[in-house]
Design a protein around this ligand. Structure first.
Ligand code: KG4
Ligand code: ZN
Length: 337
């Protein structure tokens, strides 16, 4: 069972072919970072136009690369929500049109469900996926999300907590902007932190010991602004990045594993763009080993937005007999349930 998937919720145009075991046959992604970089953030109008230019050429490239024909595809999947409306529309209309013309089912997918299932993707038939029906927790940390879910059974998502203000990825990006490191900033902060001293600056850890699973990163951002205003240039970039990153990582790891302990769940997933952060992966693995929990993180290439994760959700839903209406609308903001 094979599906063709499109992901155009934000600023990356991505297409992939995936099967119902989470095996990825191919992914083609066009990155728009350079176009948005000069503006210091994503310009929705530019993102939408780029998706329109890129989507079908990428599908052609993917079919050529994998040697799979459209006739072999069993369903067409696209990210339906949440995201930038203009961007979502391009992927949705493309997927619906392909589905209609090929008389195949169309499946609209929630972007965050895709991120969660990215942890179970695999590249060959021999690779073992850790996908199972066992309960697990998923911490989704991206540019727009810092959400902690309990998943007692497949396709059931109980939100335990979320950020009250900035998302973890946003906290990285805004700090990178203050340091003039460019956009998106998370990767750059991660790189500079490698050689930095992580306890040189004392940044706040909001809600760290509170008895809830909520997050807040706006205090961290303000504290960084005050520190930079009071620090003469040239700034010690490595130490600043390492200390700032450590404040984010501490809170994420603490909340995730205290939830696993309290809910007696033995498997935890970290997904979303920020799950590519090396310090976060390392600190979470240490804690998982200490607590004898199983930590599952996506391969690096599937941490940031990609169509493979969207395809896997679509393939599983199709296997359950589900599909979406041709009238399924894009939705800018909607929680995963
Ligand atoms: O999931 P994603 O690709 O897009 C959204 O759905 O938001 O996540 C993008 C976010 C950006 O904020 C980016 O700075 C962050 O993920 N990110 C990282 C790293 N790689 C990407 N943050 C910290 N460390 C990284 N290595
Ligand atoms: Zn995303």
């Amino acid at each position: 069972m094979l599906v063709l998937a499109l992901e155009t919720s934000c600023d990356d145009t991505s297409v992939a072919i995936v099967d119902g075991t989470g095996r990825v046959y191919g992914v083609c992604t066009a990155n728009q970072d350079l176009l948005h970089d000069v503006f210091g953030g994503i310009v929705p109008e530019i993102a939408g136009r780029q998706h329109l230019e890129q989507a079908m050429p990428l599908v052609d490239q993917l079919l050529q690369q994998t040697g799979i024909s459209l006739q072999q595809i069993d369903g067409i999947v696209a990210t339906q929500k949440p995201g930038l409306i203009g961007s979502l529309i391009v992927g949705l209309v493309t997927a619906k049109t392909l589905a209609l013309s090929l008389t195949k089912p169309f499946i609209g997918v929630h972007h965050i469900e895709g991120h969660i299932l990215s942890a179970f993707l695999k590249d060959t038939a021999q690779d073992i996926s850790r996908w199972s029906h066992e309960p697990y927790l998923a911490l989704v940390v991206s540019g727009g999300h810092t959400h902690l879910y309990h998943i007692p059974e497949p396709f059931k998502y109980e939100l335990l907590g979320r950020t009250h203000d900035d998302a973890a990825g946003e906290a990285f990006d805004k700090f990178a902007k203050m340091l003039n490191l460019g956009y998106p900033g998370g990767v750059k902060v991660d790189q500079l932190s490698q050689t930095g001293q992580l306890d040189r600056f004392d940044f706040p850890r909001s809600f760290l010991t509170d008895k809830n699973y909520d997050f807040s990163f706006s205090g961290l951002k303000s504290s960084a602004q005050r520190l930079l205003a009071a620090t003469p240039t040239p700034w010690p970039l490595e130490d600043l990045c390492a200390s700032y990153q450590e404040a984010i990582v501490d809170v994420l790891v603490e909340k995730l594993f205290s939830a696993a302990q309290n809910l007696k769940v033995s498997r935890v997933v970290i997904a979303g763009g920020v799950s590519a952060n090396r310090r976060l992966r390392h600190a979470a693995q240490l804690r998982a080993d200490q607590m004898q929990k199983e930590l599952i993180v996506p391969p690096f290439k599937y941490c940031t937005d990609n169509a493979a994760m969207i395809g896997f959700v679509g393939a599983l839903r199709l296997l359950r007999g589900e599909s979406s209406e041709q009238s399924a609308p894009p939705q800018a903001r909607v929680e995963l349930t």
